[in-house]
Design a protein around this ligand. Structure first.
Ligand SMILES: [Zn+2]
Length: 127
């Protein structure tokens, strides 16, 4: 019985994306909002949080069952990039005003002249 259930679950997931780091974070956010909605049980906030928690959980499930694997892994990659930038205390990240390329510069150098490696545009930023 359980073997059969496991097998059919596996068949269902063939060709689908499954879980990743972004999915886990969305899922945890959903749980967090659910807890918040319980805490704020008697206030208007409760329905806001419960809506957010359902939205997060449904989003998480849609991503898991998505067949567009390339798009999902691109989302996850962008998310991981974002997290590593948040953790990076030694650099600052700026977007080139012309071509929108992200440029990484060392932190704590005061005002510096940044030259975009892609389009060579120069701009001044405080680091
Ligand atoms: Zn540029």
């Amino acid at each position: 019985m359980f073997q059969k259930l496991k097998q059919s679950l596996r068949d269902m997931m063939i060709g689908r994306y499954g879980q990743d780091q972004l999915g886990t974070v969305i899922f945890l956010l959903g749980l967090g909002f659910m807890i918040l909605s319980m805490i704020f049980g008697r206030f208007l906030w409760s329905s806001v949080f419960s809506f957010l928690s359902w939205a997060a959980l449904i989003w998480c499930i849609i991503r898991m069952f998505s067949r567009n694997i390339a798009a999902r892994s691109k989302e996850n990659k962008a998310f991981l990039n974002f997290v590593s930038r948040l953790r990076d205390k030694e650099h600052r990240y700026y977007r080139c005003p012309q071509c929108r390329q992200i440029v990484r510069v060392p932190r704590g150098r005061g005002k510096i002249n940044i030259r975009c490696p892609r389009c060579n545009r120069k701009f001044i930023k405080k680091t």
